[in-house]
Design a protein around this ligand. Structure first.
Ligand code: NOJ
Length: 546
């Protein structure tokens, strides 16, 4: 069970308004109490922070805002003393444009780093192809010194590394060894299925009216991906006792069977994106930006496809939340106020009783909600700001108010407000003004109150985690969806060596009647006091051992 920490927003220890490594150390007792096994830290390396650390300027240095290498070593030792493990973020599809490799590479076409990035000549005085970048605009930027364009699938400050170059791969393996030799316990690999591009870099399909083409067919799950992952595994990962999870937009269960195959030649598991991409905008140019609810039958279909697809063949990671997704309770439940705590527990049950490794993102265990911001000035994230400027101001394909509603529903900033520790000023996160505004609801939703209340979301998550450690059926059981078309209830069975687990979750604010023969089971967990056997109250969740 992995707990994800967004270091900037977790705990500030030196009162500069930015979370840091010593802050994480101070909070280890809290994480122990929750019962987690592994901590994953978002990038803590030296970075100009164009994309909050996902643009790395030096892989072997700590970002001064977060502390020093000594702080890191002490944190790692403390994590291990507490019986926990540490997984670091590995961001090697791209570096920062401030990285020494890029600074050298952009100088000329023949220095030692000339081939470290993906450079192409202009075509008819323009970009080499029509690809758009993830954070809007073209995926190519021109550098006059070289007379060439370089590829960046994200911001211009995040140039893509050229994995075709053997020397680049060896550099990556060497920086991985640097951290593994310090004793870390694994990596979460950022967009790792984008490292192999289709040669020739052909134009991507254009959505109607779009300015840029969609590159994903040519940049995700590329022709040499398996080979690169196997090489990385052979040369580095297999030499250490570690866990790995690859972030993989556009991955399918069939591909994930290869990447996470039980033979162990590539990765342990992947983050797939299907269940967090179910609602979309009918105007394809707007990509992920929408304010639509998710249809329960679609959610069930997607999660079930992954449960069945990897059972016995690979391994799933399970998540509702991370630093790129809005808060689960605001997104997957239609009510994040009156029934917030019930809904948070119900979502926890739904996810944690599936097969795979569950990830909890900081504050999820408190049922933290979206920030519900209403003005552009309240946002900070490059993806959100660029999307607003592009679609509202430049292309004028959506009006300001609608786009603000999309941001409120989908922006990554919803996940990045500081952790809500207590109800004092700045929520116990820092004595100084936090780098990013707190969610105003921290006086009602915070760790201190939840730790004092036996019925809180926190203690419910503690139970979920404990049950996973106790019950083999939760860890290993096969999966069977019940009533796929039911738009109100998500119910499923798990089965392992003669033990069956029945999990029932009401995804609505209504009371509904359902009979799964639950009477013959023993209640394992519920988010309401005992009630009528076949009646499910708003967001009620129950799990039975049959
Ligand atoms: C995925 C990361 O999770 C996200 O935060 C980042 O912006 C992109 N990859 C680019 O590194």
């Amino acid at each position: 069970m992995v707990y994800q920490i967004y270091p900037r927003s977790f705990q500030d220890s030196n009162n500069d308004g930015i979370g840091d490594l010593n802050g994480i150390k101070q909070r280890l007792p809290y994480l122990k109490k929750l019962g987690v096994d592994v901590l994953w830290l978002n990038p803590i390396y030296q970075s100009p922070d164009v994309d909050n650390g996902y643009d790395i300027a030096d892989y072997e240095k700590i970002q001064p805002d977060f502390g020093t290498m000594t702080d890191f070593d002490q944190l790692l030792a403390a994590i291990h003393e507490n019986g926990l493990k540490l997984v670091m973020d590995l961001v090697v599809n791209h570096t920062s444009d401030q990285h020494k490799w890029f600074q050298e590479s952009k100088r000329s076409q023949d220095g030692p780093y000339a081939d470290y990035y993906i450079w192409r000549d202009p075509v008819d005085g323009h970009e080499p192809n029509n690809w758009g970048a993830s954070f809007n605009g073209s995926a190519w930027t021109y550098v006059p010194e070289r007379g060439q364009y370089y590829l960046h699938l994200f911001a211009p400050e995040q140039p893509d590394l050229n994995w075709e170059n053997e020397e680049v791969r060896q550099q990556v393996y060497s920086l991985m060894r640097f951290w593994l030799d310090k004793g870390i316990d694994g990596f979460r690999m950022d967009v790792i299925n984008m490292i192999s591009k289709v040669p020739g870099l052909p134009d991507g399909p254009l959505a109607q009216g779009a300015v840029y083409g969609d590159s994903s067919k040519f940049t995700t799950n590329g022709p040499r991906l398996n080979e690169f992952l196997q090489e990385m595994n052979r040369e580095v990962l297999s030499q250490y006792d570690v866990m790995t999870v690859g972030e993989m937009p556009g991955v399918t269960p069939e591909l994930a069977q290869q990447y996470t195959s039980l033979a162990g030649t590539e990765l342990n598991m992947v983050f797939q994106f299907e269940h967090v991409s179910l609602a979309g905008n009918p105007d394809r140019r707007l990509g992920k930006w929408n304010d639509q609810p998710i249809k329960l039958s679609e959610l069930k279909k997607s999660l079930s496809r992954w449960q069945e697809g990897l059972d016995g063949k690979g391994w799933n990671s399970l998540y509702w939340n991370n630093h790129d997704q809005p808060r689960a309770v605001s997104r997957f439940a239609t009510d994040d106020s009156k029934y917030r705590a019930k809904a948070a527990k119900m979502l926890g049950t739904t996810l944690h009783f599936l097969q795979g490794t569950p990830y909890v993102y900081e504050g999820e265990e408190l049922g933290m909600t979206n920030a519900h911001y209403t003005q552009l000035q309240q946002y900070e994230d490059i993806e959100s700001l660029n999307a607003f400027h592009e679609y509202v101001e430049k292309e004028k394909i959506v009006d300001e108010q609608t786009m603000l509603e999309y941001l409120a529903h989908m922006s990554r900033d919803n996940a990045r407000t500081p952790m809500q520790w207590d109800d004092t000023q700045n929520a116990g996160f820092s004595a100084a003004k936090p780098w990013f505004a707190l969610n105003p609801n921290y006086r009602e939703i915070n760790a201190k109150d939840e730790l004092a209340e036996q019925d809180s979301v926190f203690y419910y998550y503690q139970k979920l985690i404990k049950l996973r450690h106790q019950e083999a059926v939760i860890r290993y059981g096969s999966y069977q969806l019940l009533d796929p078309k039911d738009e109100q209830v998500f119910a499923y069975l798990r089965e392992f060596q003669g033990t069956t687990l029945l999990v029932i979750n009401n995804f609505t604010t209504e009371t509904v009647e359902r009979d799964y023969d639950q009477g013959k089971g023993k209640l394992l967990l519920a988010n309401y006091p005992a009630g009528k056997l076949t009646e499910l109250r708003p967001y009620e969740s129950r799990a039975y051992l049959l």
